[in-house]
Structure formats: C-alpha cells, structure tokens
Design a binder for this molecule. Structure first.
Ligand code: FES
Length: 79
C-alpha cells in the first residue's frame, strides 16, 4: 500500500453529533479534510468510518500517521 499524503501538521478539531457517521479521509488527498471527498478513487485507501458515541469536540488526525485512526494520537509531533 502506498503511503498516505500528510494533509496537515496538526489535527482537525470538529464538533461531532452523537450517532452520526463521519468518513475520515485516510489517503490525505481529500480537499474537504479531515473528511473523505472521494479523491481516494484509484488508490488502495478507503475512508475510515467514525460513529460519534456522543456529541462532543474530537480531533481527527491530519498527518495520517496516527495509530488510533481516525483520531489524533500525537504522531504529528513525532514525524
Ligand atoms: S478522499 Fe481520502 S479516503 Fe477518501
């Protein structure tokens, strides 16, 4: 599998709504970061679904290096 494109050096904060599904961009090519816009078409990547367990602010990974997809684990500051 090819390496994902680093979309951002920092995570994306987003207010999510309980029970709603969010499709996190795993490839880094989306123009609607941190969410998928279909740009992964033709790559080995597919978006990662995040179902919000509650309404709150979350931090979606922007560097695409997180080990806790789709959420930030601090990897952006190590690479
Ligand atoms: S655009 Fe990146 S996973 Fe869909």
């Amino acid at each position: 599998m090819n390496k994902a494109i680093r979309a951002s050096d920092t995570p994306y904060s987003m207010d999510v709504v309980e029970g709603k599904n969010y499709f996190w961009c795993a490839c880094g090519k989306s123009k609607k970061q941190p969410l998928c816009d279909g740009s992964h078409s033709g790559t080995d990547f597919t978006p990662v679904i995040y179902k919000a367990p509650e309404s709150k602010k979350v931090f979606f990974c922007g560097c695409k290096e997180t080990s806790k997809q789709p959420l930030c684990d601090g990897s952006h500051s190590k690479t």
